[in-house]
Design a protein around this ligand. Sequence first.
Ligand code: PEP
Length: 259
Amino acid sequence: MRRPFIAGNWKMHLTRAEAIALAEAVAQKAENFPHVDIAVCPPFVYLEAVGRAIAGSRVALGAQNMYPESSGAFTGEISPPMLSDLGCRYVILGHSERRQWFGEKDEFINKKVHAAFKAGLRPIVCVGEQLAEREAGQTLQVIRRQFEGSLADLTAEQMQQTVIAYEPVWAIGTGKVATPHQAEEVHLELRKLIAQRYNTEISQQVVIQYGGSVKPDNAGELFSQPDIDGALVGGASLKADQFLAIIAGMKKGQPSGGR
Ligand code: PEP
């Protein structure tokens, strides 16, 4: 049975004091949602402080990126063991902003995924089509290519531990959310791809989040879809009340497709 998982991607926002206050507010209420796994992913420089703020709570710590080498002359980069050392359990990889602004390609993302596992981190791997690709009817083709490239050569056990975030690029930070039907279609396709490469049982165990303008008023409908197991939340994760309201949108017994 898959456990629902909702993570907040704080991107390059907040002061240190604001990050601590937000983390404490989420941690305080997290006990109310024992059926949902919760994580927050602050900027690197606040990881330690946020880690302290959520210590002993049900909220896990995640990072937003990393470099795929363990150490070395890579000025300005952060290694997977450094993240583990700070108490991170998750790391977001291949976010569309990394793909778009920093030129990250599937092959490089795949290196990071393998490096994350080596350091004991669970990767949250983002895939998603651009608006022009959707309009050209290429959505599933793009998803297949990103799945094959960024998730290449994983063992069955690693696949089970991987979280996939389907984030249509046109829905990120735009206020335009995918319809539950549009999102479910891609989630189902991802599950089919996993089943083809591994087997049905493994495909039923992988947690697949939706991301893209998730808000308290649309979360419930998205979460009611059988293959949507939670969300990667950007803007709305910066306000404790909104993030908690999104978490509250995940009802006990969901996702209904989980076995
Ligand atoms: C994200 O950054 O992964 C994201 C989904 O952002 P937003 O919720 O703001 O669209």
